[in-house]
Design a binder for this molecule. Structure first.
Ligand SMILES: CC(C)(COP(=O)(O)OP(=O)(O)OC[C@H]1O[C@@H](n2cnc3c(N)ncnc32)[C@H](O)[C@@H]1OP(=O)(O)O)[C@@H](O)C(=O)NCCC(=O)NCCS
Length: 188
């Protein structure tokens, strides 16, 4: 996916005030589909995120994430209060949330405050279409431009091949001492 930076993006610091967002870029998928990239999530999209997170037919999302509890049943405000910064990819034609990536200070490694938890999801019908590598790379670059010392870590359930491949594509490396039989911790 090709990402085209927006001109004249206003100065901002992260995290943004809740419910606000800034249009950072546009993107074109390999099928020619058009997307836009935002930091922050407006209220109307939080409702979309809630419905996507409750969707039991999305087997991989339910199997590999806690989003049903986090966004489906839980409160977005409570989550946002943990200094989370979401980056969203929207499909222009349908205004659908196609993918979400977020970062925020990590509860793990709490003695080293530069560790940032990373998380990523793509949503059907956009999953598996090659949108994630460049979108996630872009989001990490923007986040690091605001927090230059940030080091990212992600915990993946064992067997989550798509997420492991994406992490490897993004040069994350396995941290054996933090991994166990159920999860792989990867850092970058
Ligand atoms: C993990 C996830 C975000 C990856 O998104 P995606 O839309 O599949 O990403 P892409 O199409 O850009 O593919 C990324 C890479 O993973 C590979 N991949 C995707 N799904 C795969 C699978 N099931 N098995 C093996 N490789 C897979 C792709 O081939 C691609 O690799 P490449 O660049 O070397 O060709 C997506 O599968 C998802 O949202 N899954 C459900 C939620 C989840 O597991 N989130 C992560 C929790 S840690």
């Amino acid at each position: 996916m090709k990402i085209i930076f927006q001109n004249n993006v206003p100065e901002f610091s992260l995290p943004l005030p809740i419910w606000s967002s800034i249009h950072l870029a546009d993107a074109i998928g390999r099928d020619g589909e058009e997307f836009s990239v935002f930091v922050g999530l407006e209220k109307k999209y939080v409702e979309q995120l809630k419905q996507l997170s409750l969707d039991e037919s999305d087997v991989d999302l339910q199997k590999y994430t806690g989003d049903k509890e986090r966004f489906g049943l839980g409160s977005f405000e409570d989550w946002y209060r943990k200094n989370r910064t979401p980056f969203a990819l929207f499909h222009k034609q349908s205004d659908a949330l196609a993918a979400l990536v977020w970062f925020g200070p990590s509860p793990l490694f709490s003695d080293e405050n530069y560790w940032q938890t990373a998380a990523w999801r793509s949503y059907r019908p956009f999953r598996g279409k090659g949108i994630m590598r460049n979108f996630t790379q872009f989001a990490m670059e923007i986040y690091r431009s605001k927090f230059p010392d940030a080091k990212f870590w992600i915990a993946l359930k064992r067997g989550n091949k798509g997420s492991a491949q994406l992490a490897a594509d993004l040069d994350f490396e396995v941290l054996e001492e933090a991994s166990d039989d159920f999860k792989v911790v990867m850092v970058r």
